[in-house]
Design a protein around this ligand. Structure first.
Ligand code: FES
Ligand code: FES
Length: 171
């Protein structure tokens, strides 16, 4: 007797509902249709095409994905994009004015604040926020305030020197 063919399970991924989100990034509005579970980092990189913010750990432990939300630094890998509807987001791509680098970018170059450069966008965004927050004057204080940003290359001395230079120039 012939057996009825075994029916293969339906492995087609289920599509979830999407919603509209408007992200304001570097002064420009982007309206996206995304699933509510999409992180801000993925929205920036995969949907908007701003790949400067890096995905290091994807778990809030390395700081490579740091961006500014209304001027405050956040780990974009831990943040859902839908939570930032109409919040002003700044990424590394939004710092320079044309060919003129942001002072923190210029100081990182001057002081060799990077090696492979993977952590650098997050380090720079964190440093920019730190200088706005009110930067400690000691190297130790700066290290403490930058401790959420990990550099596997160990470029820390250059990073601290860069932050110190910009801090001093701000008086
Ligand atoms: S990628 Fe977000 S903290 Fe590491
Ligand atoms: S420069 Fe390579 S991880 Fe920091």
């Amino acid at each position: 007797m012939t057996q009825a063919p075994i029916k293969a399970p339906n492995l087609t991924p289920q599509t979830s509902d999407t919603i509209n989100v408007t992200l304001r990034v570097n002064g420009k509005a982007h309206t996206l249709q995304i699933e509510p579970r999409v992180t801000l980092l993925d929205a920036l990189r995969e949907y908007i095409g701003l790949t400067g913010s890096k995905k290091g750990c994807d778990h809030g432990q390395c700081g490579a994905c740091t961006v500014l939300a209304d001027g405050r630094r956040i780990n974009s890998c831990l943040s859902l994009a839908v939570m930032y509807d109409d919040v002003e987001i700044t990424t590394i791509e939004g710092l320079a004015h044309g060919d003129e680098l942001h002072p923190v970018q210029a100081a990182f170059i001057k002081h060799d604040g990077f090696q492979c450069g993977y952590c650098t966008p997050g380090q720079i965004m964190s440093a920019v926020a730190l200088l706005e927050e009110g930067c400690p004057t000691s190297d130790e204080g700066i290290r403490e305030c930058m401790s959420g940003n990990i550099c596997r290359c160990g470029a820390y001395p250059g990073i601290v020197a860069a932050v110190q230079e910009v801090r001093a120039s701000q008086g």
